[in-house]
Ligand binder design. Structure first.
Ligand code: GDP
Length: 304
């Protein structure tokens, strides 16, 4: 998929190129090589922990058989990158859960500016293309522009948006949306929520109330609570994720703006430190710039 490759161009030119440069000067695996490798990995935001895991894995391999060719060494690293991601979870963990019957409901959480609304628009477009009936709910009633922004996406994609105006009760918006979704046989309901981490107790209560309203009408809903994180913010994204984890049961991560960073290693750090699967990645601002996350595609995309 050329789209995926385009989206990873910066990371390939940054992270990927640095690793490739390591191999361009490759003579042997010695302490200098390990130092350079660890530094490159840490710079790419994979985190200290993973950088050490990878260099340890390489050390073990080298112990087994002393002389290692450039190809063998790079294969060990690439395989280990994929393995570190995959050992945490199986394929199906990365797939978005859907309702057995009735509408599937996803909540979107995340601080302002990370790309939450854009992701909802992109997903609405995806489901629409698949012939599914999609409804959006503007439950971020706190931020002035949020409702209009979602409505704009609704227009672009051609799906209706349920809203009740600024400062209305988000749970009331959700209530209206779920009624409409049930009565009019919608397949998917995507709910935009406010991302205020300033007051965690309030946010927690608000999300709980919305979840209760939904679950009363559709047992097991919401089927996903998706946290949007901006890949360009690096370790800050990790901090945000930890805070949201305290507030609500995040079931998946949407890593946005992966096209805007040269340090794509943050994907691995998130998986390793939070144990929450990255389910979707944003690779641009347009409607079709959203992909299911696939670790193999991702790692190989870095080294193309
Ligand atoms: P929200 O406040 O979390 O709802 O964020 P928005 O959806 O409004 O997005 C904030 C900005 O990030 C907008 O300018 C989007 O076009 C941009 N954006 C969102 N996702 C991506 C992405 O995957 N790649 C790039 N390059 N820009 C993105």
């Amino acid at each position: 998929e050329t789209h995926y490759e385009n989206g990873l161009k910066k990371s390939r030119q940054g992270f990927g190129a640095k690793l490739n440069a390591l191999f361009a000067n490759f003579r042997t695996v010695d302490e200098d090589f390990f130092d350079d490798l660890e530094e490159t990995l840490i710079e790419a935001d994979v985190g200290y922990d993973i950088a050490l895991k990878i260099s340890d894995a390489l050390r073990d391999e080298v112990k087994l058989e002393n002389a290692k060719s450039k190809e063998e060494v790079s294969n060990v690293i690439i395989n280990k990158l994929v393995e570190i991601y995959e050992e945490e979870g199986k394929d199906e963990d990365r797939r978005l859960q859907t309702a057995a019957a009735g509408p599937t409901v996803y909540f979107f959480v995340g601080v302002n500016g990370v790309g939450k609304t854009t992701t909802i628009g992109k997903l609405a477009h995806r489901y629409q293309e698949q012939g599914q009936k999609v409804l959006l709910a503007a439950a971020d009633t706190f931020r002035a522009g949020a409702i209009q922004q979602l409505e704009k996406w609704g227009e672009r994609v051609g799906v209706p948006v349920v809203s009740k105006g600024p400062n209305s009760d988000p749970a009331a918006v959700v209530y209206d949306a779920v009624q409409k979704a049930k009565q009019e046989d919608y397949d998917i309901l995507l709910v935009d929520t406010a991302g205020r981490l300033q007051n965690k107790v309030n946010l927690m209560k608000e999300l709980e109330k919305m979840a209760r309203v939904i679950a009363r009408e559709i047992p097991e809903a919401p089927h996903e609570v998706l946290l949007a994180l901006d890949a360009t913010t690096g370790q800050n994204a990790l901090t945000q994720a930890k805070q949201f984890k305290e507030v609500t049961n995040v079931t998946g991560i949407v890593l946005t703006k992966l096209d805007g960073t040269a340090r794509g290693g943050i994907v691995l750090a998130i998986r390793n430190e939070l144990h929450i699967p990255v389910k979707l990645v944003g690779l641009g601002e347009q409607m079709d710039d959203l992909r299911d996350f696939n670790p193999e595609e991702f790692v190989y995309g870095l080294f193309k």
